[in-house]
Design a protein around this ligand. Structure first.
Ligand SMILES: C[S@@+](CC[C@H](N)C(=O)[O-])C[C@H]1O[C@@H](n2cnc3c(N)ncnc32)[C@H](O)[C@@H]1O
Length: 248
């Protein structure tokens, strides 16, 4: 969990110019909320331990929730538990790509911190340019449920990795696309990836108004259709949405 000990351990990885001091926490909570099995980071540093810690905390939560499913106390603590969710094991993995050549980045110091915090078990690193790593990512993760991209090479990433982002709800978080023309152009390119083959996209730009650079995170969620079957609560349960959707 994110406690004082964690914050002390990761504090040496902060590079203020990278602008991820708040974003790292945001990523932690996005992963805690959406519980991806497969996470990809491109551009390591301060954010990396937050991603790994989120997966470890998710796995712990999964196990304790599962143990409560047949326990009467579970009805009180998790009355909305969706039992089918626990049929599939939760064995999350984080794959990080970094070419480790940027002297201003804290990427090369991340593994020591992960080790100190017991986070290496969920994490593996590909030391390479992202343009040469797509095949390895596919082998290690298959489809990617959550990706965090923090490099200037986002366009190359989108071109090579788009098909790896899970079309059924996969989330792509991209650092700093707003407030400069090249970033806006990449955002337009990302929008063009939606369509008959790419499915639909939900896009939210979160702007950090107190910064003049590194001042946004864009969230892109791939969805096959509005009424994705896995988004529907089981028929016959309270607020079954099937009727609502049918009425259009
Ligand atoms: C902005 S820093 C990442 C900051 C980090 N997320 C943080 O919170 O501190 C960018 C990192 O991406 C790496 N990088 C940049 N372009 C890359 C590429 N084409 N392939 C692989 N790594 C790259 C650099 O080596 C650097 O460590």
């Amino acid at each position: 969990m994110i406690d004082d000990g964690f914050m002390r351990a990761v504090s040496g990885l902060i590079v203020p110019e990278m602008g991820t001091d708040a974003t790292a926490n945001l990523l932690y909570w996005l992963i805690r909320t959406t519980r991806p099995q497969s996470v990809l980071e491109v551009g390591m540093g301060y954010t990396t331990p937050f991603l790994a810690q989120a997966l470890v905390d998710n796995a712990e939560a999964y196990e304790s929730e599962k143990a409560l499913l047949d326990d009467p106390r579970g009805a009180e603590t998790q009355p909305m538990a969706h039992r089918a969710y626990y049929d599939e094991p939760y064995r999350p993995q984080l794959v990080c790509i970094d070419r480790m050549t940027d002297p201003t980045s804290s990427a090369t110091r991340v593994l020591d911190v992960l080790d100190e915090r017991g986070l290496t078990g969920v994490t593996s690193v590909i030391e390479a340019d992202l343009r040469e790593a797509a095949e390895q990512v596919r082998e290690r993760l298959g489809l990617v449920d959550f990706a965090w991209i923090d490099t200037w090479d986002t366009l190359a990433f989108l071109r090579q990795y788009w098909q790896l982002i899970n079309p059924a709800g996969g989330v792509l978080a991209i650092h700093y696309l707003m407030t400069y023309p090249q970033g806006r152009a990449i955002l337009e390119y990302a929008k063009s990836l939606a369509g008959p083959d790419g499915g639909k996209l939900e896009i939210t730009n979160l702007r950090e108004p107190h910064r003049f650079g590194q001042n946004s995170t864009t969230l892109i969620r791939r969805v096959r259709d509005y009424a994705d079957p896995e988004d529907l609560r089981p028929q016959g349960t309270e607020n079954d949405p099937v009727d609502v959707l049918a009425r259009g």
